[in-house]
Ligand binder design. Sequence first.
Ligand code: PYC
Length: 425
Amino acid sequence: MRRATRAGGAPQRYSAASLFRHGLTHEDWERVWRTVEMRRSYDAVVIGAGVHGLATAYYLASNHGMGNVAVVDKGYVGGGGSGRNTAIIRSNYLTPEGVRFYDRSTRLYENLSATLNFNVMFARRGHLTLAHTDASVRTMRWRAEVNKLEGVESEVIGPDEVKELVPFMDTSTKTRYPILGALYHPPGGIIRHDAVNWGYARAADSLGVEIHQGTEVTGISTDRGRVTGVTTSRGAISAPVVVNCTAGWASLVATMAGVRLPIITHPLQAAVTEPVKMFLHAVVVSGSLHVYVSQTDRGELVFGASTDPYASYSMRGSLEFTEELATHVLELMPSISKMRVLRQWAGLCDITPDFSPIMGVTPVDGFLVDVGWGTYGFKAGPAAGEAMAELVATGKTPESIAAFDLARFEEARLVGERGAAAVGH
Ligand code: PYC
Protein backbone atom coordinates (compact mmCIF):
# COMPACT_ATOMS: atom_id res chain seq x y z
CA MET A 1 0.00 0.00 0.00
CA ARG A 2 1.29 3.46 -0.81
CA ARG A 3 0.21 6.93 0.08
CA ALA A 4 0.62 10.39 -1.29
CA THR A 5 2.25 11.99 1.75
CA ARG A 6 4.33 10.72 4.63
CA ALA A 7 2.33 10.93 7.87
CA GLY A 8 3.49 14.01 9.70
CA GLY A 9 5.16 15.38 6.57
CA ALA A 10 4.00 18.28 4.43
CA PRO A 11 1.06 17.32 2.19
CA GLN A 12 2.13 16.84 -1.39
CA ARG A 13 -0.18 18.28 -4.07
CA TYR A 14 -1.28 16.04 -6.93
CA SER A 15 -3.13 17.13 -10.05
CA ALA A 16 -6.18 15.13 -11.16
CA ALA A 17 -4.13 13.74 -14.05
CA SER A 18 -1.28 12.62 -11.81
CA LEU A 19 -3.72 11.02 -9.34
CA PHE A 20 -5.28 9.11 -12.22
CA ARG A 21 -1.84 7.97 -13.42
CA HIS A 22 -0.85 6.93 -9.88
CA GLY A 23 -4.12 5.01 -9.57
CA LEU A 24 -3.31 3.04 -12.68
CA THR A 25 0.41 2.53 -12.25
CA HIS A 26 0.94 2.86 -8.46
CA GLU A 27 4.27 4.51 -9.35
CA ASP A 28 6.05 7.08 -7.17
CA TRP A 29 3.78 6.71 -4.16
CA GLU A 30 5.55 6.64 -0.85
CA ARG A 31 5.05 3.59 1.33
CA VAL A 32 2.45 3.96 4.07
CA TRP A 33 4.90 2.70 6.67
CA ARG A 34 8.63 2.14 6.41
CA THR A 35 10.47 -1.13 5.98
CA VAL A 36 13.61 -0.75 8.10
CA GLU A 37 16.37 -2.98 9.42
CA MET A 38 15.39 -4.59 12.68
CA ARG A 39 17.57 -3.33 15.54
CA ARG A 40 18.84 -5.45 18.41
CA SER A 41 17.22 -3.47 21.16
CA TYR A 42 14.07 -1.39 21.81
CA ASP A 43 12.33 0.14 24.83
CA ALA A 44 9.41 -2.19 24.20
CA VAL A 45 8.48 -5.01 21.84
CA VAL A 46 4.83 -5.53 20.96
CA ILE A 47 3.94 -8.96 19.58
CA GLY A 48 1.08 -8.82 17.07
CA ALA A 49 0.46 -6.24 14.31
CA GLY A 50 -3.32 -6.26 14.64
CA VAL A 51 -5.42 -3.43 16.00
CA HIS A 52 -4.42 -4.14 19.62
CA GLY A 53 -0.67 -4.23 18.95
CA LEU A 54 -0.68 -1.27 16.58
CA ALA A 55 -2.91 0.83 18.85
CA THR A 56 -0.66 0.05 21.82
CA ALA A 57 2.39 1.18 19.84
CA TYR A 58 0.61 4.25 18.49
CA TYR A 59 -0.56 5.45 21.94
CA LEU A 60 2.86 4.70 23.44
CA ALA A 61 4.36 7.08 20.92
CA SER A 62 1.57 9.68 20.79
CA ASN A 63 0.47 9.82 24.44
CA HIS A 64 3.76 9.01 26.17
CA GLY A 65 6.50 10.00 23.72
CA MET A 66 7.81 6.41 23.55
CA GLY A 67 8.63 5.80 19.88
CA ASN A 68 11.52 3.37 20.34
CA VAL A 69 9.13 0.46 19.98
CA ALA A 70 9.04 -2.54 17.63
CA VAL A 71 5.82 -4.26 16.60
CA VAL A 72 6.59 -7.77 15.33
CA ASP A 73 4.23 -10.13 13.60
CA LYS A 74 4.74 -13.51 12.00
CA GLY A 75 2.29 -12.50 9.25
CA TYR A 76 1.33 -9.06 8.02
CA VAL A 77 -0.42 -5.96 9.36
CA GLY A 78 -4.06 -6.82 10.11
CA GLY A 79 -3.68 -10.37 8.82
CA GLY A 80 -5.11 -12.06 11.94
CA GLY A 81 -8.32 -11.40 13.85
CA SER A 82 -8.16 -7.68 13.02
CA GLY A 83 -8.82 -8.45 9.37
CA ARG A 84 -11.12 -11.41 10.01
CA ASN A 85 -13.94 -9.94 12.03
CA THR A 86 -17.30 -8.42 11.15
CA ALA A 87 -16.22 -4.89 12.18
CA ILE A 88 -19.08 -4.28 14.61
CA ILE A 89 -18.60 -1.51 17.17
CA ARG A 90 -20.79 -1.37 20.29
CA SER A 91 -20.66 -0.85 24.05
CA ASN A 92 -23.95 -2.44 25.19
CA TYR A 93 -22.28 -4.94 27.52
CA LEU A 94 -23.57 -6.59 30.67
CA THR A 95 -21.06 -5.71 33.39
CA PRO A 96 -20.28 -2.13 34.48
CA GLU A 97 -16.55 -2.78 33.86
CA GLY A 98 -17.29 -4.01 30.35
CA VAL A 99 -19.70 -1.18 29.50
CA ARG A 100 -17.22 1.50 30.63
CA PHE A 101 -14.35 -0.10 28.75
CA TYR A 102 -16.17 -0.60 25.42
CA ASP A 103 -17.75 2.84 25.71
CA ARG A 104 -14.26 4.33 25.82
CA SER A 105 -13.35 2.29 22.76
CA THR A 106 -16.47 3.35 20.86
CA ARG A 107 -15.68 6.99 21.59
CA LEU A 108 -12.10 6.57 20.37
CA TYR A 109 -13.43 4.86 17.23
CA GLU A 110 -15.91 7.68 16.59
CA ASN A 111 -13.04 10.17 16.32
CA LEU A 112 -10.41 7.85 14.89
CA SER A 113 -10.47 9.26 11.35
CA ALA A 114 -9.55 12.69 12.73
CA THR A 115 -7.06 11.31 15.24
CA LEU A 116 -5.17 9.29 12.64
CA ASN A 117 -5.87 11.59 9.67
CA PHE A 118 -7.03 8.48 7.84
CA ASN A 119 -10.60 7.68 6.85
CA VAL A 120 -11.60 4.59 8.83
CA MET A 121 -15.23 4.90 7.68
CA PHE A 122 -16.91 4.68 11.06
CA ALA A 123 -20.68 4.54 10.52
CA ARG A 124 -22.98 4.96 13.52
CA ARG A 125 -25.90 2.76 12.52
CA GLY A 126 -27.69 1.74 15.69
CA HIS A 127 -27.36 -1.82 16.98
CA LEU A 128 -30.28 -4.17 17.64
CA THR A 129 -30.00 -7.34 19.71
CA LEU A 130 -33.21 -9.28 19.16
CA ALA A 131 -34.89 -11.17 21.97
CA HIS A 132 -36.94 -14.23 21.05
CA THR A 133 -37.50 -15.68 24.53
CA ASP A 134 -38.59 -14.34 27.91
CA ALA A 135 -35.13 -15.12 29.26
CA SER A 136 -33.46 -12.98 26.63
CA VAL A 137 -35.92 -10.11 27.19
CA ARG A 138 -34.84 -10.25 30.85
CA THR A 139 -31.15 -10.13 29.88
CA MET A 140 -31.81 -7.20 27.50
CA ARG A 141 -33.55 -5.29 30.32
CA TRP A 142 -30.59 -5.97 32.58
CA ARG A 143 -28.14 -4.78 29.96
CA ALA A 144 -30.21 -1.68 29.22
CA GLU A 145 -30.21 -0.70 32.90
CA VAL A 146 -26.46 -1.26 33.36
CA ASN A 147 -25.80 0.67 30.13
CA LYS A 148 -27.94 3.61 31.27
CA LEU A 149 -26.26 3.69 34.67
CA GLU A 150 -22.92 3.99 32.87
CA GLY A 151 -24.24 6.76 30.61
CA VAL A 152 -24.47 4.54 27.52
CA GLU A 153 -27.57 4.85 25.31
CA SER A 154 -29.55 1.57 25.26
CA GLU A 155 -33.21 0.73 25.66
CA VAL A 156 -35.54 -2.23 25.23
CA ILE A 157 -37.97 -1.72 22.34
CA GLY A 158 -40.91 -3.78 21.04
CA PRO A 159 -41.42 -5.59 17.70
CA ASP A 160 -43.21 -2.59 16.12
CA GLU A 161 -40.24 -0.33 16.75
CA VAL A 162 -37.93 -3.06 15.43
CA LYS A 163 -40.01 -3.13 12.24
CA GLU A 164 -39.68 0.64 11.89
CA LEU A 165 -35.90 0.40 12.12
CA VAL A 166 -35.63 -2.65 9.85
CA PRO A 167 -38.67 -2.86 7.58
CA PHE A 168 -37.40 -6.02 5.88
CA MET A 169 -37.38 -8.00 9.11
CA ASP A 170 -40.07 -10.61 9.68
CA THR A 171 -41.55 -9.40 12.96
CA SER A 172 -44.76 -11.43 12.60
CA THR A 173 -45.80 -13.97 15.22
CA LYS A 174 -45.79 -16.76 12.62
CA THR A 175 -42.06 -17.44 12.71
CA ARG A 176 -40.32 -20.26 14.54
CA TYR A 177 -38.88 -17.75 17.04
CA PRO A 178 -41.08 -14.62 17.01
CA ILE A 179 -39.30 -11.40 17.98
CA LEU A 180 -40.51 -10.33 21.43
CA GLY A 181 -38.38 -7.20 21.63
CA ALA A 182 -34.84 -5.96 21.22
CA LEU A 183 -32.06 -4.10 22.97
CA TYR A 184 -31.62 -0.97 20.88
CA HIS A 185 -28.21 0.70 21.18
CA PRO A 186 -28.01 3.82 18.98
CA PRO A 187 -24.20 4.38 19.26
CA GLY A 188 -23.42 0.95 17.76
CA GLY A 189 -22.15 0.76 14.22
CA ILE A 190 -19.59 -0.56 11.80
CA ILE A 191 -16.19 0.49 10.55
CA ARG A 192 -13.72 -0.46 7.80
CA HIS A 193 -11.44 -2.83 9.68
CA ASP A 194 -8.49 -2.77 7.24
CA ALA A 195 -8.48 1.01 7.34
CA VAL A 196 -8.25 0.90 11.15
CA ASN A 197 -5.18 -1.34 10.96
CA TRP A 198 -3.54 0.72 8.22
CA GLY A 199 -4.37 4.00 9.94
CA TYR A 200 -2.81 2.94 13.24
CA ALA A 201 0.21 1.45 11.43
CA ARG A 202 0.80 4.63 9.43
CA ALA A 203 0.41 6.92 12.43
CA ALA A 204 2.62 4.77 14.69
CA ASP A 205 5.28 4.60 11.97
CA SER A 206 5.28 8.36 11.55
CA LEU A 207 6.06 8.67 15.29
CA GLY A 208 9.09 6.38 15.06
CA VAL A 209 7.56 2.97 15.80
CA GLU A 210 9.01 0.17 13.66
CA ILE A 211 6.71 -2.47 12.22
CA HIS A 212 8.39 -5.76 11.37
CA GLN A 213 6.12 -8.04 9.38
CA GLY A 214 7.10 -11.63 8.63
CA THR A 215 8.92 -11.76 11.97
CA GLU A 216 7.82 -14.68 14.11
CA VAL A 217 8.52 -14.72 17.82
CA THR A 218 10.06 -18.10 18.61
CA GLY A 219 10.98 -17.50 22.25
CA ILE A 220 10.73 -15.02 25.10
CA SER A 221 13.82 -14.59 27.24
CA THR A 222 13.67 -13.99 30.97
CA ASP A 223 16.21 -13.59 33.71
CA ARG A 224 15.36 -14.00 37.39
CA GLY A 225 11.65 -13.43 36.84
CA ARG A 226 12.06 -10.45 34.45
CA VAL A 227 11.58 -10.37 30.73
CA THR A 228 14.73 -9.44 28.80
CA GLY A 229 13.59 -9.71 25.19
CA VAL A 230 12.41 -12.03 22.44
CA THR A 231 13.98 -14.32 19.92
CA THR A 232 12.50 -14.12 16.47
CA SER A 233 12.84 -15.82 13.10
CA ARG A 234 15.05 -12.83 12.20
CA GLY A 235 17.25 -12.77 15.29
CA ALA A 236 17.11 -11.77 18.94
CA ILE A 237 15.85 -8.45 20.32
CA SER A 238 16.43 -7.22 23.83
CA ALA A 239 13.74 -5.15 25.55
CA PRO A 240 12.68 -4.53 29.16
CA VAL A 241 9.01 -4.78 28.20
CA VAL A 242 7.29 -7.30 25.94
CA VAL A 243 3.54 -6.99 25.30
CA ASN A 244 1.60 -9.99 24.02
CA CYS A 245 -1.14 -8.58 21.78
CA THR A 246 -1.80 -11.73 19.81
CA ALA A 247 -5.07 -13.49 19.12
CA GLY A 248 -5.30 -17.14 18.23
CA TRP A 249 -1.80 -17.86 19.52
CA ALA A 250 -1.99 -15.86 22.74
CA SER A 251 -1.63 -18.84 25.07
CA LEU A 252 1.23 -20.34 23.02
CA VAL A 253 3.11 -17.03 23.07
CA ALA A 254 2.54 -16.66 26.82
CA THR A 255 3.87 -20.17 27.41
CA MET A 256 7.19 -19.01 25.89
CA ALA A 257 7.53 -16.72 28.91
CA GLY A 258 6.41 -19.50 31.26
CA VAL A 259 2.97 -17.93 31.79
CA ARG A 260 -0.14 -20.13 31.56
CA LEU A 261 -3.35 -18.49 30.37
CA PRO A 262 -6.86 -19.93 30.86
CA ILE A 263 -7.78 -19.69 27.18
CA ILE A 264 -9.39 -22.01 24.70
CA THR A 265 -9.33 -21.14 20.99
CA HIS A 266 -12.29 -21.60 18.64
CA PRO A 267 -12.71 -20.52 15.01
CA LEU A 268 -15.47 -18.03 14.18
CA GLN A 269 -16.69 -17.94 10.60
CA ALA A 270 -18.21 -15.08 8.64
CA ALA A 271 -19.39 -14.44 5.10
CA VAL A 272 -20.13 -11.55 2.77
CA THR A 273 -22.66 -11.22 -0.07
CA GLU A 274 -22.60 -9.39 -3.36
CA PRO A 275 -23.25 -5.65 -2.97
CA VAL A 276 -26.79 -4.30 -3.31
CA LYS A 277 -28.40 -0.90 -2.78
CA MET A 278 -28.42 0.12 0.88
CA PHE A 279 -31.50 -1.23 2.67
CA LEU A 280 -30.26 -2.39 6.09
CA HIS A 281 -29.35 0.61 8.19
CA ALA A 282 -29.01 -1.01 11.61
CA VAL A 283 -26.69 -3.77 12.79
CA VAL A 284 -28.90 -6.75 13.68
CA VAL A 285 -27.98 -9.54 16.08
CA SER A 286 -30.01 -12.57 17.11
CA GLY A 287 -28.45 -14.73 19.81
CA SER A 288 -31.23 -17.32 19.59
CA LEU A 289 -30.87 -17.70 15.83
CA HIS A 290 -27.06 -17.46 16.07
CA VAL A 291 -26.72 -14.76 13.47
CA TYR A 292 -25.62 -11.14 13.12
CA VAL A 293 -25.76 -9.03 10.00
CA SER A 294 -24.88 -5.55 8.84
CA GLN A 295 -24.60 -3.83 5.47
CA THR A 296 -21.35 -2.11 4.57
CA ASP A 297 -21.16 1.25 2.86
CA ARG A 298 -20.23 -0.70 -0.28
CA GLY A 299 -23.59 -2.49 -0.07
CA GLU A 300 -22.40 -5.98 0.91
CA LEU A 301 -24.16 -7.83 3.71
CA VAL A 302 -21.68 -9.12 6.27
CA PHE A 303 -22.90 -12.11 8.27
CA GLY A 304 -21.58 -14.16 11.11
CA ALA A 305 -22.82 -16.97 13.31
CA SER A 306 -21.71 -18.92 16.40
CA THR A 307 -18.15 -20.01 17.00
CA ASP A 308 -17.32 -23.45 15.62
CA PRO A 309 -18.15 -26.00 18.34
CA TYR A 310 -14.63 -27.45 18.54
CA ALA A 311 -11.32 -25.94 19.63
CA SER A 312 -9.04 -25.46 16.63
CA TYR A 313 -6.48 -23.16 15.00
CA SER A 314 -8.03 -23.73 11.58
CA MET A 315 -9.06 -20.64 9.63
CA ARG A 316 -10.97 -22.41 6.87
CA GLY A 317 -14.60 -21.81 6.07
CA SER A 318 -17.04 -24.69 5.76
CA LEU A 319 -20.13 -25.35 3.64
CA GLU A 320 -21.97 -26.48 6.76
CA PHE A 321 -21.53 -23.00 8.23
CA THR A 322 -22.85 -21.25 5.12
CA GLU A 323 -25.89 -23.51 4.92
CA GLU A 324 -26.79 -23.00 8.58
CA LEU A 325 -26.17 -19.31 8.35
CA ALA A 326 -28.42 -18.96 5.32
CA THR A 327 -31.20 -20.89 7.09
CA HIS A 328 -31.08 -18.58 10.08
CA VAL A 329 -30.71 -15.34 8.15
CA LEU A 330 -33.71 -16.19 5.98
CA GLU A 331 -35.85 -16.75 9.06
CA LEU A 332 -35.24 -13.10 9.90
CA MET A 333 -35.18 -11.61 6.41
CA PRO A 334 -36.86 -13.95 3.93
CA SER A 335 -36.77 -11.31 1.18
CA ILE A 336 -32.99 -11.57 0.70
CA SER A 337 -33.12 -15.21 -0.41
CA LYS A 338 -31.80 -14.39 -3.90
CA MET A 339 -28.63 -12.66 -2.72
CA ARG A 340 -25.43 -14.51 -3.49
CA VAL A 341 -22.65 -15.15 -0.98
CA LEU A 342 -19.35 -13.98 -2.45
CA ARG A 343 -16.83 -15.25 0.05
CA GLN A 344 -16.38 -16.51 3.59
CA TRP A 345 -13.56 -16.65 6.09
CA ALA A 346 -12.74 -17.63 9.67
CA GLY A 347 -10.87 -15.94 12.50
CA LEU A 348 -9.65 -17.31 15.80
CA CYS A 349 -11.26 -16.44 19.11
CA ASP A 350 -9.35 -16.90 22.37
CA ILE A 351 -12.08 -17.52 24.90
CA THR A 352 -11.60 -17.15 28.66
CA PRO A 353 -13.78 -18.77 31.37
CA ASP A 354 -15.73 -15.53 32.00
CA PHE A 355 -15.73 -14.21 28.40
CA SER A 356 -13.78 -11.10 29.45
CA PRO A 357 -10.24 -10.34 28.29
CA ILE A 358 -7.01 -10.74 30.22
CA MET A 359 -5.08 -7.49 30.40
CA GLY A 360 -2.14 -6.26 32.41
CA VAL A 361 0.77 -7.69 34.31
CA THR A 362 1.77 -11.36 34.63
CA PRO A 363 3.97 -13.18 37.13
CA VAL A 364 6.92 -12.36 34.83
CA ASP A 365 7.98 -8.72 35.36
CA GLY A 366 7.79 -6.72 32.15
CA PHE A 367 5.80 -9.38 30.29
CA LEU A 368 2.35 -7.89 29.77
CA VAL A 369 -0.74 -9.34 28.14
CA ASP A 370 -3.66 -7.92 26.16
CA VAL A 371 -5.32 -11.18 25.14
CA GLY A 372 -8.33 -13.48 25.51
CA TRP A 373 -10.79 -11.28 23.65
CA GLY A 374 -13.03 -14.08 22.42
CA THR A 375 -15.47 -12.50 19.97
CA TYR A 376 -15.02 -8.94 21.33
CA GLY A 377 -11.49 -8.11 20.23
CA PHE A 378 -11.82 -5.76 17.31
CA LYS A 379 -14.23 -3.35 18.97
CA ALA A 380 -11.90 -3.10 21.99
CA GLY A 381 -8.72 -2.24 20.06
CA PRO A 382 -8.43 1.52 20.68
CA ALA A 383 -9.27 1.43 24.41
CA ALA A 384 -7.05 -1.61 24.93
CA GLY A 385 -4.15 0.07 23.12
CA GLU A 386 -4.60 3.27 25.09
CA ALA A 387 -4.66 1.43 28.44
CA MET A 388 -1.77 -0.92 27.62
CA ALA A 389 0.35 2.04 26.51
CA GLU A 390 -0.34 3.76 29.82
CA LEU A 391 0.64 0.61 31.71
CA VAL A 392 3.90 0.27 29.76
CA ALA A 393 4.81 3.93 30.11
CA THR A 394 3.86 4.48 33.76
CA GLY A 395 4.20 0.99 35.24
CA LYS A 396 0.74 1.47 36.80
CA THR A 397 -2.35 -0.52 35.81
CA PRO A 398 -5.04 1.94 34.63
CA GLU A 399 -8.34 1.73 36.49
CA SER A 400 -10.16 0.90 33.22
CA ILE A 401 -8.47 -2.49 32.95
CA ALA A 402 -7.87 -3.36 36.62
CA ALA A 403 -10.83 -5.79 36.68
CA PHE A 404 -9.46 -7.75 33.71
CA ASP A 405 -6.24 -8.89 35.38
CA LEU A 406 -4.93 -12.45 35.16
CA ALA A 407 -5.03 -12.90 38.94
CA ARG A 408 -8.86 -12.77 38.96
CA PHE A 409 -9.02 -16.42 37.92
CA GLU A 410 -7.19 -17.46 41.10
CA GLU A 411 -8.99 -14.98 43.30
CA ALA A 412 -12.55 -15.71 42.10
CA ARG A 413 -13.23 -12.19 40.79
CA LEU A 414 -14.71 -13.16 37.44
CA VAL A 415 -16.24 -10.50 35.15
CA GLY A 416 -19.00 -12.56 33.51
CA GLU A 417 -19.64 -11.13 30.05
CA ARG A 418 -21.17 -14.11 28.27
CA GLY A 419 -24.64 -12.52 28.41
CA ALA A 420 -23.44 -9.71 26.12
CA ALA A 421 -22.21 -12.02 23.38
CA ALA A 422 -23.60 -11.51 19.90
CA VAL A 423 -22.82 -15.11 19.09
CA GLY A 424 -23.43 -18.53 20.58
CA HIS A 425 -20.44 -20.25 22.16
O1 PYC B 1 -19.63 -8.88 19.90
O2 PYC B 1 -20.74 -7.72 18.42
C1 PYC B 1 -20.05 -8.67 18.75
C2 PYC B 1 -19.62 -9.62 17.71
C3 PYC B 1 -20.12 -9.77 16.48
C4 PYC B 1 -19.39 -10.77 15.90
C5 PYC B 1 -18.49 -11.23 16.77
N1 PYC B 1 -18.64 -10.51 17.89
